[in-house]
Design a protein around this ligand. Structure first.
Ligand SMILES: [Zn+2]
Length: 273
């Protein structure tokens, strides 16, 4: 508690996942989240997670959870830990996901504006590859995640719609060939920019994100029943309404900076032989 605000930051997820999986963290990663490691230890009884699903919906703010709690029921019911987190500045997608997966501040990883260069900074994906693990990214072509983590010797699956991404993610979970699967859905973000954060269109996409995460978790619980697992609903930044009712983000304000992640662990079950 010395001096620090005590708030967790999205930059702490990379080292947390690395520790949960029993690998060395990315080189510039901030320290892991103690609560997450404690929970992992308790549920997995000291073992390391062998399978990880990280679902990355775009622009899901903490205030949305407070305001539209019922929409989050499918996520809440599949989570044993909810952690309020601060995003990083500027609170835009490539900056935030770069911090989430390098574990580093924007000044360290170098993406400090809305640009999508290939990251040279060490990422969680690189850390996994060094240990012989197989990560996969499933996302929409052209989005931030589809660009900034390129040029690694890993599997990338790019589609034009979130539906196609989620269908592929489900298939990958069932094929059981990857240690970590990262899935990105930008449909709430798109609807909130085009209409408004609390408009019917955006809230429908928020509900879709919650339902799609629930379906992926249910799929993973079955397909990965024999493995120790870590599952996470992990948005990048929040959003706020601007003049005309449209949505935006990128500022250093609570609506944009405060988010919440939902996590769960599943302990492996011995298969009945
Ligand atoms: Zn975003």
């Amino acid at each position: 508690m010395e001096g620090a605000s005590g708030r967790c930051c999205i930059s702490q997820l990379a080292a947390s996942v690395a520790e949960i999986m029993g690998i060395a963290p990315p080189q510039c990663a901030q320290p892991p989240m103690d609560c997450l490691l404690e929970k992992a230890k308790a549920v997995l009884e000291g073992r390391k997670a062998q399978r990880v699903l990280l679902y990355n919906p775009d622009a899901i703010a903490l205030w949305l959870y407070a305001q539209y709690t019922a929409v989050f029921f499918p996520v809440m019911l599949r989570s044993s830990l909810a952690v309020p987190l601060l995003s990083v500045m500027p609170s835009v997608t490539p900056v935030c996901f770069a911090s989430m997966y390098t574990g580093a501040e924007p000044s360290v990883h170098g993406i400090q504006t809305y640009t999508k260069p290939v990251l040279k900074t060490d990422t969680l994906f690189d850390a996994l590859l060094r240990e012989g693990k197989r990560p996969a990214i499933v996302c929409t072509e052209g989005d931030s995640i589809s660009r900034i983590f390129l040029e690694r010797d890993m599997d990338y699956f790019f589609y034009t719609t979130p539906e196609a991404c989620n269908g592929k993610a489900k298939e990958l979970i069932q094929r059981n060939e990857h240690d970590l699967i990262c899935v990105y859905n930008g449909n709430y973000d798109a609807a909130m920019h085009r209409y408004s954060p609390e408009g019917t269109e955006a809230l429908a996409q928020l509900a879709a994100n919650a339902a799609d995460y629930a379906a992926l978790v249910d799929c993973a619980r079955q397909a990965w029943a024999g493995y120790d697992c870590f599952l996470g609903f992990c948005p990048d930044h929040g959003c706020h309404a601007i003049d005309g009712g449209l949505g935006s983000h990128g500022l250093d304000m609570p609506e944009d900076m405060e988010i919440i992640h939902f996590y769960d662990f599943q302990s492996r079950r011995e298969s009945k032989a």
